[in-house]
Design a protein around this ligand. Structure first.
Ligand SMILES: Cc1cc2nc3c(=O)[nH]c(=O)nc-3n(C[C@H](O)[C@H](O)[C@H](O)COP(=O)(O)OP(=O)(O)OC[C@H]3O[C@@H](n4cnc5c(N)ncnc54)[C@H](O)[C@@H]3O)c2cc1C
Length: 500
């Protein structure tokens, strides 16, 4: 078949939560546009978005201490926490819109209410947590947060973590009941089912090999059909590269100036999981601790209740590690293959700067299971090795780029890189990740479709009432939105019924 016959409006590369979100937004805003999806694996949400490959935290900065840094004068900077919370509210509003209109069903399959807690030990960190609590609890976005350094209260909140704790060291925690556990794998699959019902052509087992601009300004995509081994060509006016860890290499193939001088640094992850119903029943929260000295922000240890496949489990981790692969299903040549003449100096600079991080990741990789159990015992003093097993999580490719801070600077956030004419965009980076998918995909729409965004605005506001508005400054709107989405997404239930 000639490429002429395979023209389309939009191509989405990758069937993760990001492409799913962009596809779902576009289907509401421009339903007449033809969309095709190409995914190299056999189904949707199989890489980082899969429920076992990420921690499933609805990141709203309710418990993650790395979003609230301490300033020189001892006060706490909450600006990043506010930003992330506002971004997560956008996701929840869009999911609520989709559920309300029956476009996706059964919200309990992908989002569950779960208290979010921060946990610290030692005088210095207890004082920090107390100041953080005082700064956040005044803000309407963090309403309902509680603080305690009373062991009896903490025993009520986190019995599993308090039992067998012998040290006299001060401990403290904050707790907020409006946190969530999100099954991003289930959400991704629901969104792709919805897209399929809206006539989006979804091609699994189709890997993208190349992307080139055509003489008429469109993009020609070379696709390897992994079922029959054939090569196909498809052209589109707009291509979104939502290939997760595979995005950098595809972005480099576009040759756009914006793709230059960017590199990627892969960080692998491991979780320890516990399915013992007796242990699982004693914990009901996501409890985030403080990152160890020298540890990157994405390896903050946490002990989480997870709802996966209607079952409750406990997950502890992540233990970071080093692997040259950019995807869990990737190749050991991914890292070396990403080094190009235009990013060689950037990558070398990062290599020199990040020696201690690489050393840390390799040390983490070398940990024995018993050493990992010792880290679990800092959270659960009586943890038994027989109750815990290891699961490999997804890969996170952190962006390396030249910034004002110098050449080859490692970035821990997500970045949308797009062509000046908005005809192609790629999503790089991994944090805060899936939770902020709606915010990030709205950014793609704003950057790539400036000619449509004004006309789309009323519909965006219908779907996401806080679009373009600060909820922090509009507590009444916040209350209205929370009341509505709590009901639609079923977030008011106390302890949901599942089999441990
Ligand atoms: C250990 C870990 C913990 C995390 N914890 C959280 C958390 O608690 N909360 C949170 O919000 N986020 C978390 N994240 C981040 C979150 O998982 C990611 O941000 C999100 O899943 C990324 O979605 P995506 O669609 O960009 O990528 P993916 O889900 O990886 O999807 C990309 C898809 O592209 C496909 N693909 C790649 N190359 C090609 C190609 N050449 N052709 C065709 N298809 C291709 C892949 O097979 C894959 O299916 C975590 C990530 C990790 C690794």
């Amino acid at each position: 078949m000639s490429s002429e016959q395979k023209k389309t409006d939009i191509i989405l590369i990758g069937a993760g939560v990001m492409s799913a979100t962009l596809g779902a937004l576009l289907k509401e805003l421009a339903p007449e546009w033809e969309i095709k999806v190409f995914e190299k694996l056999a189904g949707a949400g199989e890489e980082s978005s899969n429920e076992w490959n990420n921690a499933g935290t609805g990141h709203a900065a309710l418990c993650e201490l790395n979003y609230t840094s301490e300033k020189y004068d001892g006060s706490i900077d909450i600006s990043k926490a506010v930003k992330i919370n506002e971004q997560f509210q956008l996701s929840r509003q869009f999911w609520s819109y989709l559920v309300e209109r029956n476009l996706i069903r059964h919200p309990q399959d992908f989002i569950m209410p779960l208290p979010h807690m921060s946990w610290v030990q030692g005088e210095k960190d207890v004082s920090y947590l107390n100041r953080r609590f005082k700064a956040l609890s005044k803000n309407p976005l963090f309403q309902g947060m509680e603080y305690s350094d009373d062991p009896a209260k903490l025993k009520e909140w986190i019995p599993l973590m308090m039992e067998g704790r012998t040290s006299n060291e001060p401990v403290a925690a904050t707790k907020i009941d409006s946190g969530t556990d999100v099954n991003f794998g289930a959400l991704t699959r629901l969104l792709f089912d919805h897209l399929k019902s809206q006539n989006v052509e979804i091609n699994y087992k189709h890997g993208i090999k190349d992307i080139k601009r055509t003489s008429d300004g469109m993009w020609k995509v070379k696709v390897h059909n992994l079922d029959n081994g054939k090569i196909e060509y498809h052209t589109a006016k707009f291509v979104f590269i939502g290939a997760g860890g595979g995005s950098l290499s595809l972005l480099q193939k576009t040759g756009i100036p914006e793709s230059k001088h960017i590199g990627g640094f892969p960080v692998s992850g491991l979780f320890m999981v516990c399915h013992n119903p007796e242990v699982v029943a004693q914990h009901h929260a996501k409890v985030y601790g403080k990152a160890k000295l020298g540890a990157p922000p994405m390896s903050v240890p946490h002990l989480d209740t997870r709802y996966i496949g209607n079952q409750k489990a406990l997950l502890f981790g992540p233990f970071a590690g080093f692997s040259p692969k950019f995807l869990k299903t990737g190749s050991n040549l991914d890292l070396i293959g990403s080094v190009k003449p235009n990013n060689l100096l950037t990558m070398l600079a990062a290599g020199v700067k990040e020696m201690s991080l690489t050393k840390y990741l390799i040390q983490q990789l070398m940990l024995s299971n018993e050493q990992r159990m010792d880290e679990i015992r800092e959270f659960i003093p009586n943890a038994k090795s027989a109750d815990w097993s290891m699961v490999a999580a997804g890969q996170r490719v952190q962006v390396i780029k030249d910034t004002e801070g110098g050449k080859g600077t490692l970035q821990f956030g997500t970045e949308v890189v797009s062509a000046a004419d908005g005809s192609v965009a790629a999503l790089l980076g991994a944090s805060p990740g899936a939770s902020t998918a709606v915010h990030v995909m709205l950014e793609v729409l704003e950057k790539c479709f400036p000619q449509h965004i004004k006309q789309w605005e009323p519909k965006i506001k219908e779907m996401i009432p806080s679009y373009g508005v600060s909820l922090e400054d509009n507590p009444e709107l916040l209350q209205e939105i929370l009341a509505s989405l709590t009901q639609t997404l079923g977030l008011s239930e106390k302890e949901p019924q599942t089999t441990p």
